[in-house]
Structure formats: structure tokens, C-alpha cells
Design a protein around this ligand. Structure first.
Ligand code: MF3
Ligand code: CO
Ligand code: CO
Length: 313
């Protein structure tokens, strides 16, 4: 059946108006073989290409469902990203600059035979190897020579390329004593991430992620950033689909082999982000109130999900 349909589809594509297998075979305008008295093309003619689900997802959404070899590669890249992230977070203390964190993380990439994906990424090219986003910075903070101070909250975001595969993850670090508003965004964003991961399984609408996150965040006096999203990841840095962290109307259904990030950016005040007009990267809250974010790379499996980035809070 599968092969028959595949052949029909290919042939029809090649010859769409006058499609016949051979003079002896049934034609599109002949009566259907089933006795319905309808033309074959209006009845049992195979209209839909019986493409596999991977082809369908790629054709409809641009989503690459990964095969076992690709999954193995992405898993290793995610493990490395998590290890680099853990070590870099341990180094984040009062008095240490984010540039020092960057240089340390950069060295860890090279020692592992990996490449830091952010360096030179995008336009204008991102200038550093990791992102470090402090306090009111929502995401894409650029490491610099300002030392971390007690009371800061900092997101460290590591994306590595290992053997051509991408792994992407981030965590928050609290420096010294942190006020209650900052503690709230740090804890709420973590809960948003973990609760949205807990529901993941094939058949679930992608939009359930945003539902879960927005409901939890708003119930805890926080807002959800909508100008930045999670994303497919693995073969490239940012692949389809966009993973919205707010309520949305995406019709995409989770399927085994999907690899994507969830990385909710949660604000203590208003949700709007303002991009720095000088560097075109650093995104800050419009009201200067704190923001926090945690990120995992996930795989949808036949039975549920796997967290590919292995870091634990
Ligand atoms: N790692 C970020 C993400 O989670 C993207 C950083 S892009 C960069 O998608 F260029 F700023 F590094
Ligand atoms: Co990401
Ligand atoms: Co990231």
C-alpha cells in the first residue's frame, strides 16, 4: 500500500493533468474500480501523498524530527553544554566579572573539542561566547568587566556545538543576599520551566507549554515575556518551531523526535522588552524591574519526553 501510493504520487506530480499508468491501466477520469460510478479521481484516487510524519512535519512547519543518530549527537552536545554551564555557574561569585566567566566557559568549550555557538552568531555578530544577563536584563546580556555584586541575579546561557550538534541551556545564580522580588522571579521562572516540561508527551499541542507557563507566572504576580521564544534546536542553533511561553494559538502537535528548548523569561513587573540601541542585543525590562530565565533542551520520545540538558538546580 505504501509503495503503491508513493508511486502514484510521484507520477502524478510529474504529469498532473493527464495522469495514466499505462494505456491498459485505469485513468484519473475512468470510473473507479470500486463500483461507485464516480470517476476514479473523485473516489479512490490517492490524493494525499502518504509521506512519513517526518516529511510532513518538515513540509508543513520546517520542523526536523531527529533520527536516532542525530538524537545521540544532540544528547552528547546537551550533556557538554550542561557541564560547562554547571562549572561556569560555580565560578559566579561576588567580585567575579562576567568577562571572566565568558573566558572560562570559552576555554571549556575548546578543551572539549566544541565551539561556543553564540560567538559571532547573528547580525550584528554576538561578540562573546556565552550570554550573561543580570537583574533587569531579560536575555542576550553581553559579558563585560563589571564585577558581580551581592544582590545580583544572573542568568548564564551556554550553547555549544559538538560534532555539528547544538545543545542549549541556561540557569540563574543568586549572588550574595538577594531581595524578595528577585527571589520571586528566580523561583517562578524555574517552576514555569519545570511544570511545562512535566506535561510533555507526543500528541499534546505545543501551545500547552505557553498555557502552563502563563497561568503559573500570573498566579504568582509575574509577567511572561512574549518578544522572545524557545525554539527547535539540534541541527541548527534556532530551528522551527517557535516555542511561545505565553498563551498562543499554535496548532502544532508534539511528535517523537522533536528537539526544542523551553526558556521562559519571567518579569517581576511589565512584560515588555527593550533592546539596547547601541549593541542591538541586550534586552532589558521596560520598567527596570528584575527578570529571570532557566532553559532546558528537550526531546519528545514515543512515551513522553527526555530532558537532554542534564543540569539540576
Ligand atoms: N542561547 C540563547 C537562546 O537560548 C541565544 C543566544 S543568541 C546569542 O536561544 F547570539 F546571543 F548568543
Ligand atoms: Co535557546
Ligand atoms: Co540559550
Amino acid at each position: 500500500m505504501y509503495i503503491f501510493h508513493t508511486i502514484c504520487y510521484t507520477w502524478e506530480k510529474l504529469c498532473p493533468t493527464n495522469f495514466n499508468y499505462s494505456p491498459k491501466m485505469i485513468g484519473r477520469n475512468d470510473l473507479c474500480w470500486c463500483g461507485s460510478n464516480k470517476k476514479w479521481k473523485k473516489c479512490h484516487f490517492p490524493k494525499e501523498a502518504p509521506v512519513g510524519i517526518a516529511e510532513e512535519y518538515y513540509k508543513q512547519y520546517g520542523i526536523i524530527l531527529k533520527n536516532p543518530d542525530q538524537i545521540a549527537g544532540i544528547r552528547r552536545s546537551c550533556q557538554l553544554a550542561s557541564q560547562i554551564l554547571d562549572k561556569t555557574c560555580k565560578m559566579a561569585k561576588e567580585g567575579v566579572t562576567t568577562l571572566e566567566l565568558n573566558d572560562y566557559a570559552h576555554k571549556l568549550h575548546l578543551e572539549a573539542g566544541a565551539v561556543p555557538a553564540p560567538l559571532g552568531y547573528g547580525s550584528p555578530p554576538f561578540p562573546k561566547s556565552i550570554c550573561t544577563s543580570i537583574n533587569e536584563v531579560i536575555c542576550h546580556g553581553i559579558p563585560n568587566e563589571v564585577p558581580l555584586a551581592s544582590g545580583d541575579i544572573v542568568n548564564i546561557d551556554v550553547t555549544c556545538i559538538l560534532d555539528g550538534y547544538f545543545g542549549d541551556c541556561s540557569r540563574m545564580v543568586e549572588i550574595g543576599t538577594v531581595d524578595l522580588e528577585k527571589k520571586r522571579v528566580v523561583d517562578v521562572s524555574y517552576e514555569c520551566l519545570m511544570r511545562s516540561i512535566a506535561i510533555l508527551k507526543p500528541g499534546l499541542p505545543l501551545s500547552s507549554i505557553g498555557d502552563t507557563i502563563q497561568e503559573y507566572a500570573e498566579a504568582h504576580m509575574c509577567s511572561v515575556v512574549t518578544q522572545y521564544v524557545g525554539h527547535g534546536v539540534g541541527i541548527r542553533f534556532h530551528e522551527p518551531p517557535q516555542v511561545f511561553h505565553n498563551k498562543n494559538l499554535s496548532k502544532i502537535i508534539l511528535a517523537p523526535g522533536m528537539t526544542f528548548t523551553i526558556e521562559p523569561m519571567i518579569n517581576a513587573g511589565r512584560k515588555e522588552a527593550v533592546v539596547d540601541p547601541t549593541d542591538h542585543w541586550v534586552a532589558r525590562t521596560i520598567d527596570g524591574k528584575p527578570s529571570a530565565q532557566w532553559e532546558h533542551t528537550l526531546l519528545i520520545t514515543e512515551t513522553g519526553h527526555e530532558i537532554l540538558t542534564t543540569w539540576k538546580r
